[in-house]
Design a protein around this ligand. Structure first.
Ligand SMILES: [Zn+2]
Length: 611
């Protein structure tokens, strides 16, 4: 991260800018230096060109001529080193506030539109309680929370729990009821709290059913909706032919009578629905007289069997977004149908429209199915709702992912309409920035293979690796090794074994923080080596491969099992010092992964893979 010298701050404040602004060379130098400062000393040609053209529209026709000059300047500056770059920037008197201004804004969230006349910007989260929040839900959550915080607005947590049940076999064809997991309400709250989301109010849709009924009744009375008793197949024929079904022409009193029968239970599940009169000739078949109310007799986990008619989500939202005073709706761009229906209903009631913003869809690279997760949790195949394969907030916490890293990654993505793959690499890099200094290092060898070393002159060694190279004040840990009759057996990882076996025979290898050996031969699953020297210097001179190792003596190692993100269990041995770890501690298994310790005992250390 670029550090602002006091003098830089002074320059930024006085607004002193270079005198030779008009010269193209000076412009290029300025942008290259600023870009290099932003990217740890390595300016990027494309990014520099972009910022030049952004600031100097007049230069756009000259882009071709400018590019080679930018390339030269980038090469010059990138070879300077960060300190010299800072000095030159200072000497040239370049306004470094540019670094924190519009260039930064491109990353992150754009200003919120639609704030004119809005006293308290109000947002909503609308989770459906079928399971905990997972990584795929996090974007919608963070965007709403972040905007609420940025605008000093209000955030409402509104459980979208209409037409849900815990019944196992759902007659989805007739009732359309979705599965509600009663404990999901708490798990969702827990996930939100962990993410640092602050909501001001909590609402349950299942408490608001009378409201939807009232507004549905109004729509029927105004002849904007009707009771339809077509079978789904019959209605599809009318819909596909852009023709009204016979019920569209019913008198208001007849539709109201049908509506009463739905409420009173005289119509069973699937016998009737209420349709909104959007028009049967609309281009999009999904928008032709859509259902707004349907019948479900399935018991609801919060309110039981009291209600027989249930709103479709978009209908309930049309009403609630108005009644709850939601000024801004942020949703995935797959919900355009919902936009249309909401706006249609707002117009009928002459309500002010909420501002609707869309974001592109986030592809996780695998399918997250709550139904499948539920089955596997129930069957004991998954270790619970915090199993890493579920990617719930609970499981990310268990893995050692920090909520701040998730928030930063998602905020930096902005709110574009483009569909993108989830940036795991960025998330992991952000997370590492946060946990690197607190994660003490330990030797670990995965799937161990034995190496026998002969000709060791001493009887005892104590390897002293740094506890954490980023925090030298933490000092060293000690790994004592006993040598018997000049020979010693150690474990190396199978990965290293394979490389050594094929490419390193007869070459020097350094056992990290211990000794240098030469690899003589391999036989079966075993490496044979000879002692060469102790010092790191000669290993460096020879560019020796440095490998991690663990003592084969059971008194000197501990079994380690690491649960990976895909549920695979990686096993190996780690240094004995791991026994000093505590549950929940973040560690780095050197050259393997960061991990969060799950349990510690003499026979085994269990950990979750972080990244
Ligand atoms: Zn009909």
């Amino acid at each position: 991260m670029f550090f602002l010298y006091p003098a830089f701050k002074e320059l930024a404040r006085t607004g002193y800018i270079m005198s030779d602004e008009s010269s193209i060379e000076a412009i290029i130098t300025k942008h290259v230096l600023l870009n290099a400062l932003k990217y740890d000393g390595k300016a990027q040609v494309g990014s520099v060109l972009g910022s030049i053209m952004g600031d100097h529209k007049e230069l756009r026709p000259k882009a071709r001529e400018i590019k080679p000059k930018v390339v030269n300047e980038v090469n010059r500056v990138n070879a300077m080193g960060i300190d010299a770059i800072k000095t030159e920037t200072l000497d040239l008197g370049i306004d470094v506030s540019l670094l924190n201004g519009k260039h930064e804004e491109k990353k992150g969230l754009p200003p919120l539109p639609g704030l004119d006349g809005v006293k308290v910007p109000t947002f909503r989260l609308a989770p459906f309680p079928s399971g905990p929040l997972h990584i795929g839900n996090a974007r919608m959550v963070i965007l709403n929370d972040e905007y609420a915080k940025l605008t000093n607005g209000k955030l409402i947590l509104c459980f979208d729990d209409t037409i849900g049940t815990t019944k196992k076999k759902l007659d989805a064809g007739a009732s359309g009821a979705k599965f509600i997991l009663p404990e999901a309400y708490d798990m969702i709250r827990e996930g939100l709290e962990w993410l640092g989301v602050e909501w001001d109010e909590e609402v349950y849709k299942s408490d608001r059913l009378e409201i939807y009924n009232d507004y549905c009744q109004k729509l029927i009375e105004q002849d904007n909706a009707y009771t339809c008793t077509c079978t789904p197949a019959d209605f599809k024929k009318f819909k596909d032919g852009k023709q009204p079904c016979p019920h569209r022409q019913l008198r208001v009193s007849e539709s109201l009578e049908g509506w009463r029968k739905m409420i009173d239970g005289e119509y069973g599940e699937g016998d009737a629905v209420i349709r909104l009169k959007t028009g049967m000739d609309l281009d999009d078949p999904a928008l032709r007289d859509p259902v707004i109310m349907r019948i479900s007799w399935a018991p609801h986990p919060r309110i039981g069997n009291v209600n027989k008619v249930w709103p479709m989500l978009e209908f309930s939202w049309a009403i609630d977004d108005h009644l709850l005073g939601i000024t801004h709706i942020i949703r995935g761009k797959d919900l355009l149908k919902e936009d249309y229906i909401e706006r249609f209903i707002w117009d009928i009631f002459k309500w002010k429209h909420s501002e609707i913003m869309h974001h592109g869809l986030l592809s996780l690279g695998f399918k997250l199915s709550k139904t499948r997760a539920r089955e596997k949790v129930k069957a004991g195949e998954y270790s619970g709702w915090s199993d890493p394969r579920i990617w719930s907030m609970q499981s990310l916490e268990k893995r050692g992912i920090q909520p701040e890293a998730i928030r930063k990654t998602l905020v930096d993505m902005g709110i574009s309409m483009t569909d993108v793959d989830f940036p795991y690499k960025i998330l992991y890099a952000e997370n590492q920035k946060i946990i690197d200094k607190e994660s003490d290092r330990f030797f670990f060898v995965e799937d161990p293979v034995m190496m026998e070393i002969l000709g060791i002159p001493k009887e005892e060694y104590i390897a002293k690796p740094l506890v954490n190279p980023l925090v030298p004040t933490k000092g060293y840990r000690e790994i004592p090794i006993k040598i018997q009759d000049g020979s010693k057996e150690i474990f190396v990882s199978r990965g290293d074994f394979k490389t050594l076996k094929s490419d390193f025979r007869g070459k020097m290898i350094r056992l990290k923080d211990l000794i240098n050996v030469i690899l003589d031969s391999t036989r079966d699953e075993r490496l044979f080596a000879r002692y060469l020297s102790d010092d790191l210097e000669s290993a460096r001179n020879k560019k020796a491969k440095i490998i991690h190792w663990v003592d084969t003596d059971p008194k000197n190692h501990v079994k380690v099992s690491i649960m990976m993100a895909d549920g695979a269990l990686i096993q190996g041995f780690g240094e004995k010092n791991l026994l000093s770890c505590e549950e929940g501690q973040l560690v780095q298994f050197e050259r393997f992964c960061f991990a969060k310790i799950q349990s510690v005992n003499e026979s085994e250390i269990r950990a979750f893979f972080t990244h």
